[in-house]
Design a protein around this ligand. Structure first.
Ligand code: NAG
Ligand code: NAG
Ligand code: NAG
Ligand code: NAG
Ligand code: NAG
Length: 357
């Protein structure tokens, strides 16, 4: 009898134990995805599988110090445009500095476009997307809870985002990229090759002329910029062990971003749900918030949970895949001009041919 009562007691305790809390923010000031309610519902239904509690809002006044401090993560769900005023941004920055975690889904990368700390916490801003269509995603990078259950090549329907910068520059680890040969509407690749080779030629020339180091560096940077402009960043999802949006002196939590999630049907797809829930669960285990750290400054503080998923296999921010970004700076000043010129002519011809195809 006593044992029975104790069991009931334990069951009650576990039923009422506090879980980590996540604030879903889905305000839009630009395009509004009609999948937002579907997404919120899907997350709410799945919340107990990863032991979290979701609150959702579109009220930017809830981005104040006191309210944000109650959450273990803030999830930007398909937000667009300027969804926070200055006070909201200040509180959000403070939250991130205090160990708060960030999760961004789909057009979370098309919001707060001029807010540097947000861009850093996110990893990269959206540039443009190819038409909604099926394509094949490659699982790349180290093993991660958001990709562990995915097939190595995963065919799905969504918008294929291109980004304005390379999240790897901020230390992000890319874990999904889309195979650009499996969908149409990709970039002006041929044209890009012409621009790049011309740039290489100029870099080499300046590099060998050798006199002005500053000019040389500038050219290298410009070259990187051209790479970005030419849209070769076919990334789909990435994470940061320590979100780069924190100001110096702050405690950084984790950051996870996936560009998938456009359609209602996406949120009814078990494979996608496994991906996004894996990312959310991973972000919480930064151990920088109260759910998992009694000395933390933010988060749900009544939690009696211990981290559930094993984090083995995730190590540091090293990323060995690097297949999508050509390395422009290797041999920058060592290849003789004549080879460089020759290369330019050959590649440009090839590029024109490709572009005209
Ligand atoms: C997606 O679902 C929402 C309700 O959750 C509905 O209002 C909307 O029409 C759906 N969109 C499409 C394209 O079916
Ligand atoms: C962002 O900055 C650009 C360039 O300064 C400006 O044209 C644009 O209006 C700004 N957008 C917002 C939403 O502040
Ligand atoms: C957080 O704590 C768990 C459990 O102690 C541990 O497995 C995990 O590695 C920790 N994560 C970090 C980032 O320290
Ligand atoms: C726990 O939180 C404190 C305060 O934010 C932080 O300094 C500490 O590093 C955290 N512990 C872990 C294991 O992350
Ligand atoms: C080549 O470019 C890299 C990266 O910008 C730079 O670190 C290196 O100094 C350059 N090499 C020379 C010889 O200038």
């Amino acid at each position: 009898m006593l044992t029975f009562a104790f069991t009931v007691f334990l069951l009650l305790v576990s039923a009422f134990a506090q879980s980590p809390r996540i604030l879903i923010y889905s305000a839009t000031r630009g395009f509004r995805h009609d999948s937002i309610p579907t997404a919120i519902e899907a997350l709410q239904i799945a919340s107990n599988t990863i032991n979290v509690r979701f609150d959702n809002t579109e009220d930017q006044t809830l981005f104040n110090d006191q309210n944000l401090a109650r959450y273990d993560a803030i999830l930007f769900l398909s937000t667009t445009g300027e969804v926070l005023d200055d006070a909201g941004k200040t509180s959000f920055q403070k939250y991130l500095n205090s160990g708060g975690n960030f999760i961004g889904v789909h057009s979370a990368s098309d919001t707060l476009v001029n807010t540097t700390f947000y861009e850093r916490e996110l990893g990269a801003h959206f540039d443009y997307h190819a038409d909604l269509q099926e394509a094949t995603i490659d699982v790349v990078g180290p093993s991660h809870p958001s990709t562990n259950k995915l097939p190595r090549r995963w065919q799905t329907r969504d918008e294929w985002y291109n980004f304005k910068s390379n999240p790897r520059d901020l230390g992000a680890v890319v874990i999904l990229s889309v195979d650009e040969s499996t969908y149409s509407g990709r970039s002006l690749f041929g044209l890009c090759v012409i621009i790049w080779t011309l740039e290489i030629f100029r870099i080499q020339t300046l590099g060998l002329a050798g006199s002005i180091k500053a000019t040389h560096t500038q050219r290298v940077n410009k070259y990187r910029m051209y790479l970005t402009r030419c849209h070769v960043l076919y990334f789909v999802a990435w994470y940061q062990d320590r979100g780069a949006g924190t100001s110096s002196g702050g405690v950084s939590g984790r950051s996870f971003y996936t560009s998938l999630g456009h359609l209602n049907e996406t949120w009814r797809d078990e494979t996608f749900m496994g991906h996004v829930l894996g990312g959310i669960g991973w972000a919480l285990q930064a151990n920088t918030t109260k759910a998992f750290n009694s000395s933390a400054l933010v988060g749900s503080d009544e939690s009696s949970l211990t981290p559930t998923e094993s984090q083995s296999g995730i190590s540091g921010t090293s990323d060995t895949t690097g297949t999508h970004t050509p390395s422009p700076t290797s041999n920058n000043a060592t290849v003789p001009i004549v080879y460089s010129a020759l290369l330019t002519v050959i590649l440009s011809t090839l590029a024109v041919a490709l572009h005209l195809l």
